[in-house]
Structures are given as C-alpha cells and as structure tokens.
Design a protein around this ligand. Structure first.
Ligand code: TEU
Ligand code: CA
Length: 540
C-alpha cells in the first residue's frame, strides 16, 4: 500500500496556526514549534495552504512568486528547516499548487498587459463586446469573470477575484513553467501537491454560457478533455518521476467524472476532494443553507465510497464551516459529536484529511459585523448583495452560515490571551469560546476529542480493514449512518448516531472502539455515539 494511502493527513492554514514573532500572523517557525503535537496525533502527511509570495487578496491563493516564501511566513531557510524537521518525525509535506491563476501582481501578468509582450498569451485576453465584457460568464466570487485593463483596452479572464487572472493553458509555455515550479518544490523535498481547483484549467471555448444561478459559462471549462490531457502530461513528465502524490480539489464533479480524474488507469491525479457531501445542507449554492439531513450526508458519502477506487475524505478545510457546528452539536454534545465525527472520518475508505482545530472540536464563530470579516469571497458577496439592496442583517446571516472566515479563526492553543496564538493583534479575531475549547485543556483530559483522535488514528493505522477494506452501505437513515468495512475474514460494522436521541440499532459483534468507551454493545446507540463492531466472517 503506498504511503499516501497508509497515512492520515492534516491541513494547516499557516496564517492562523501559530505566530512566533508577535505580528499577529501565523508563520513557519510556529508550525515547526507545534510539529511534535502533530507527530503525537499520528499525522503522516502535512498539507500547507499557500505560503508563497502573494499580495494576500485571497490569502495566498493569489501567487506573485511561486519560488519564494511570503515574508509574513518567514524565509526559504525556514521552509527547508520545516521540511527537515517534519521528515525527522516521519511527516511528509505537500504544498498547495495554485496554477489555474496567478496574482495580478505576478511579473508574468504585469508583462502580459502589453499586447506585444511574449507573456501576453500567458493569460486570456479578449476585446469587449457591445461595450461590455467578451461574454456573459459569472465567477466563483460573484459578478463578471472579466475586467478591462485600460492599458490595452481589452479584458482579461478571472474565474475568481479580479486580482487572480486565469492562466492560458492553450499556451504550451504556461505548462512548461508550471512543470518547472513543481520540480522546484519536489527537489526541495516535498512529497506532493494539493492541486487547487484543478479541474477548471482548460477553457474549451470563450463563448457565452447558458444562463445559470451561479457560474454561467462553466460548461466551457469544468472537467474538459483539455484538462485531462494537462494532468496526464503533469504526471508523465513530473509526478511519475518523484516519490510523491497528488490530491486534486475538483469542483462540481460526479463520481463518474471523479473516476475520470483519479482512477489509477487514467494516469492523472491520485485522489480528489469532492464536494457532494459538503453540499447536502444547502440549496444550489452554499449561501442558501438548509437543515442538515444525516440521510443525505450518508448517501452522498456512500456514493463516493463505492464510486471511486480511493477517496480523499474530509469534513472541514479552510473554505468550509466547522464540522462540529454543521454536522454535530457544538453545545450540549460538543465532546460526543466531535468524537463521533472523528470515528466516522477515520473509518471511511480513503486518505483522511483533518483540518487544523478539528481535532479539538473548534466551532463556528457567529460574525456580528462586516468589519470583522476579512475573506475576499465574503466581502465580494456582501458588496454584490448590498448593491442589490439586500439588508445588512440578511447579508450577515449568509456570511455567518457560509463564509470562509469561520474556518480561519486562529488555532485555540490555551486559555491565555488570543488563545496562545499570538502575543500581538491577531489578523482575524479569535473565537471567544477558546476558554472552553483549546488544545492545552484537552491534552490534560484523556476523555477529550483530541485523545479520541489520537486513539482512532492509531487504530486506523494498525488495521488493514479500516485502511483498505471494501465499503458496503448498511443504512443512511435520518439519525443513524452505518456501513461495513470488509477485508479477508474481518468485517467491521461502523455505526454513528447523528442525533441526541438514544437510537435502537441492533447489531452483533465485539466492540472494537466506542466514542463512549463502552466495551459491550447493547443494540442501542447513545446520543451522538460512534461505534465499530468486529466480526469474523468466512473469507469472502
Ligand atoms: O477553492 C475553489 C473553490 O471552488 C472555492 O470557491 C470553494 O469552493 C468555495 O470557496 C467554497 O466556499 C480554492 C481554494 O480552496 C480557495 O480558498 C480559493 O479561494 C480558490 O480556490 C481560488 O484559488
Ligand atoms: Ca508571525
């Protein structure tokens, strides 16, 4: 089994992890400082959200120099030291590869503004039409995907913010540049890439799109054949020549399209982050939330567990609300539901990804005022809706339920000021519940969510059925989600209760682990209980 199937991964959003120089911003020395905690957690892979030079329009997802470290985070020597320290603890580092777009402050883009520049075709420039943008496309952050550059009087494409111009993959020089960037980091000793929004690289056409509620025009760039060809080139020319793996962030894909992106026979990605399970509590777009329904969540998880040979499993990241608030109960059953989600995530087939703070049950923060909000996506949506006359209280409610800042509040290390994240002024407010939810308290509590993550990770790493067994859905009910994992003669039955009720769920078997520490199972799940029962079966 390759190491990237055998490990548990952990995502760090460096800006919010640990500050060591008092500027209120997390940094690389801060990550080095906390590495032993990740070793003790049982982490084998560390995904860093971008730490490259960037004007921080999208907090690093707008890169202005791919071969440098943003001074906020430290130096290239700090990066080399982090890689070394991690390797000494058996932890491999993967970097965030953001290659659909660069920052508009990247030298390539600045040069491309001159129509005669050799860099002109690194980006997608078009004349306007009827006094407006070249087509009717709308972007991920609301509004048109085109901005006019006065210098040449033409428009450039940006699926995200106007400071994130899309690269033009019809130009072979762009792929060549990107392959070099990958080699640079792999030669530095990293072990792979999380590939940002990777299935939109190739735009098959720039014609008008069918009008849609969101992303008008996306039929011209979602998972196009041109993107598959690019991924095959990346694998054959770079990835296949290093001991590395790739996980693609792929938006709006079905299990079938997911297979086309990461089935081993395809020679493209090794695995993908899909979104279906993260969209079961919303109407169309994430801004229109609806009640969480465990049955829908379970069905979506099962569809991907059986639809792909291997998944990248996650319940949180730097773009998503906190899972204990969203799928659990972060008040009356904080500890119970945090452990239940840990057991579920670590029982699924695929590489588990844990997001910073998830291991202690960090919760959503209810942003009160737009001045507390920093994320470009939320600020653009707010401006877009305000221009449409939507009242402040409605806009703030949308941002509270679906904005990305709630995932980016600083790590809560202890009960000290700013939760021990910084001695300065944090770049984003610290969730006031840090006196209730913090690492230090949980390190002292053997019944804590943190300790349960440690136990569950250790169990998974020691059990081949959990890592490599087949997945068979048993029940995706409105309170109980259950499934079997089978390998050779071992059958593990996983049952999780998404409710505060005691729920009858008859099943035999010896208790392998229970979030309540039970060693006998009486057929009734306790509130938010997760349990794994073991049976020997005749080899299938
Ligand atoms: O996100 C891609 C993407 O689709 C996002 O719009 C995401 O789905 C949305 O924010 C969910 O609320 C990636 C990165 O994860 C994100 O942080 C960047 O802003 C984006 O690409 C542009 O690089
Ligand atoms: Ca700092």
């Amino acid at each position: 089994m390759p190491w990237w199937k055998d490990s548990v991964a952990y995502q760090i959003y460096p800006r919010s992890f640990q500050d060591t120089n008092g500027d209120g911003i997390g940094d690389l020395p801060g990550i080095r400082l906390r590495l032993p905690l990740l070793r003790d957690l049982g982490i084998g892979i560390l995904w860093l959200s971008p730490v490259y030079a960037s004007p921080n329009d999208d907090n690093g997802y707008d890169i202005s120099d791919y071969r440098s470290i943003h001074p906020d985070f430290g130096t290239m020597e700090d990066m080399r030291a982090l890689i070394r320290d991690a390797q000494s603890m058996g932890i491999r580092i993967i970097m965030d590869l953001v290659i659909n777009h660069t920052s508009d402050e990247h030298p390539w883009f600045q040069a491309s503004r001159d129509p005669d520049s050799p860099y002109r075709d690194y980006y997608i420039w078009k004349p306007g039409k009827n006094g407006g943008p070249p087509n009717n496309w709308t972007g991920f952050f609301a509004g048109s995907t085109w901005d006019k550059d006065d210098r040449s009087g033409t428009y450039y494409l940006h699926l995200f913010s106007r400071k994130q111009p899309d690269l033009n993959y019809r130009n072979p020089k762009v792929l060549a540049e990107v392959l070099d960037i990958m080699r640079f980091w792999l030669d530095m000793g990293i072990s792979g890439f999380r590939c940002d929004v990777i299935n939109v690289l190739f735009k098959s056409s720039l014609e008008d799109g069918r009008k849609k509620l969101i992303l008008t025009g996306s039929e011209h760039y979602l998972s196009q054949e041109g993107t598959h060809e690019l991924l095959r080139r990346m694998r054959s020319e770079v990835w296949s020549r290093y001991d590395c793996f790739t996980v693609g962030e792929t938006v709006f894909v079905s299990p079938k399209q997911g297979r086309d992106l990461c089935d081993p026979s395809r020679g493209e990605l090794d695995m993908i982050f899909s979104f279906e399970h993260m969209e079961t509590d919303q109407f169309f777009v994430k801004w229109f939330k609806r009640r969480f329904r465990p049955a829908n969540f379970g069905r979506a998880l099962a569809a991907w567990q059986t639809g792909l040979a291997w998944n990248a499993n996650y319940f949180e990241n730097h773009d998503q609300p906190r899972s204990i608030t969203r799928f659990g109960n972060d008040q009356a059953y904080h500890k119970e539901s945090g452990k239940m989600l840990a057991l579920l995530l670590l029982s699924l087939r695929g590489t588990p990804f844990i997001y910073q703070g998830q291991e202690i049950g960090m919760t959503n923060y209810a942003f009160r005022d737009i001045r507390e909000v920093k994320d470009v996506e939320s600020l653009r949506i707010n401006a877009f809706l305000r221009a449409k006359g939507v009242p402040t209280r409605i806009r703030m409610r949308l941002i509270r339920t679906a904005g990305r800042d709630t995932a980016r509040t600083p790590m809560q290390w202890n009960r000290e000021k700013n939760a021990g994240f910084t001695t300065g002024n944090p770049w984003l407010l610290v969730n006031p519940d840090y006196t209730r939810v913090n690492y230090e308290d949980q390190l002292k509590d053997p019944e804590s969510i943190l300790f349960f993550y440690r136990s569950m990770i250790a169990l998974r790493r020691s059990n081949t059925t959990l890592k490599d067994g087949s997945f068979l859905l048993r029940q995706a009910g409105h309170r109980v989600f259950s499934f079997d994992r089978v390998k050779d003669s071992e059958k593990l039955t996983v049952l999780v209760n998404f409710s505060a009720a005691r729920v009858k769920a008859m099943h035999s078997g010896s208790v392998m682990i229970s979030t309540y520490g039970r060693d006998i199972y009486d057929g009734v799940l306790l509130p938010y209980e997760g349990i794994i029962l073991r049976n020997e079966v005749a080899s299938l």
